[in-house]
Ligand binder design. Structure first.
Ligand code: SF4
Length: 62
């Protein structure tokens, strides 16, 4: 599973960093995703809560 983030789609609602703060972070103004820092089920729940669709799960990629 891979998760991508589309900056131009993101509306900065913050659901991702609230839902999985270890996985989705803003560091030095850069949005970062670290899938190793969270449980897959929780990551899926967090991605599903993204209101804009900026976060996308890609099942076949690692
Ligand atoms: S939850 Fe979605 S819209 Fe909100 S900040 Fe994260 S990526 Fe952007």
């Amino acid at each position: 599973m891979k998760v991508t983030w589309d900056e131009s789609t993101c509306i900065h609602a913050g659901k991702c960093v609230q839902g999985s703060p270890d996985v989705f972070k803003v560091e030095d103004g850069q949005f970062k995703i670290n899938l190793d820092a969270g449980e897959e089920s929780q990551i899926r729940t967090t991605v599903a809560s993204c209101p804009s669709g900026a976060l996308q799960i890609h099942e076949d990629e690692s």
